[in-house]
Design a protein around this ligand. Structure first.
Ligand code: NAP
Length: 246
């Protein structure tokens, strides 16, 4: 059976940047698979906003750090949608657990690496085959300024995001001929739950634009990279940071 619906998966779609990306992709006509970890109520709210765009979606609960969970849930989805494939993958789910390296606990290191870096491998490897067979796919990885410049107190997070940036560039070259693009978007400080414990007044003084970004300002470029128009862009890392580079 041929399924003409275009599917996009957004990991960590229940809140923040992932929600804004889900809404953007819905506006572009995608059926959006909204992954979340524990927060079903917020995920339902994203789904409502996706439907408000005149599109539709469904919730997929799995922990992006656990390979077995990912493969079970996505495998069930594939079995239930014969002839369909996920054309757009936005690897967005992420966490931070900040500590100076001297004091960092093994769990804080491993949890951040598993959720931000290993997740990229598990989810992407599972979905990439269908993109290659169909000779059309878009993978967008949400990384961070922290992965480019390194931020003190974030050695674990900086390492994970830098790892995803390296993998983005490598994978982009592996599969470019198959019309599957792989890019990264590197936000600076964006106003979401992830940054709500930070001292915004102090930090925004360092940002040339003098403010934190909005999730929609990240979603706009993710949407573009997921579109047909971005067909010749691959292996790129695009900053969305209000001019804050160093
Ligand atoms: P957020 O508001 O804290 O939302 C995090 C999202 O990730 C939630 O949907 C959460 O699901 C999901 N998530 C967390 N752990 C997960 C897991 N193990 N499995 C599945 N989903 C999981 O964060 P955000 O600010 O939107 O950040 C989104 C991405 O942008 C992250 O990769 C982050 O590192 C990156 N980023 C953010 C900023 C910023 O300033 N905000 C800057 C640079 C990069 P639940 O709702 O179920 O918990």
């Amino acid at each position: 059976m041929i399924n003409a619906m275009k599917y996009a998966l957004v990991t960590g779609g229940s809140r923040g940047i992932g929600r804004a990306v889900s809404v953007k992709l819905a506006e572009m006509g995608f059926f959006v698979l909204i992954n979340y970890h524990t927060n079903q109520q917020e995920a339902e709210l994203t789904l409502q906003q996706v439907r408000d765009q005149g599109s539709d979606g469904e919730l997929l609960k799995f922990d992006v750090a656990v390979q077995e969970e990912i493969e079970r849930v996505l495998g069930q989805w594939q079995a239930a949608h014969e002839g369909a494939y996920i054309q757009v993958l936005v690897n967005n789910a992420g966490i931070r657990k900040d500590a100076l390296l001297m004091w960092i606990k093994n769990e804080e290191w491993h949890e951040v690496i598993n959720t931000n870096l290993h997740s990229f491998l598990y989810v992407t490897r599972f979905l990439i085959k269908d993109m290659l067979i169909n000779k059309m796919g878009r993978i967008v990885n949400v990384v961070s300024l922290s992965g480019l410049k390194g931020l003190p107190g974030q050695a674990n997070y900086s390492a994970a995001k830098a790892g995803v940036i390296g993998a983005t560039k490598a994978l982009a070259q592996e599969i470019a001929k198959k019309n599957v693009t792989v890019n990264a978007v590197a936000p600076g400080f964006i106003k979401t739950d992830m940054t709500k414990d930070l001292d915004e007044a102090q930090l925004k003084a360092m940002i040339p634009m003098g403010r934190f970004g909005k999730p929609e300002e990240v979603a706009a470029i993710v949407g573009f990279l997921a579109s047909n128009e971005a067909s010749y862009i691959t292996g790129a890392v695009i900053n969305v940071n209000g001019g804050l580079y160093t």
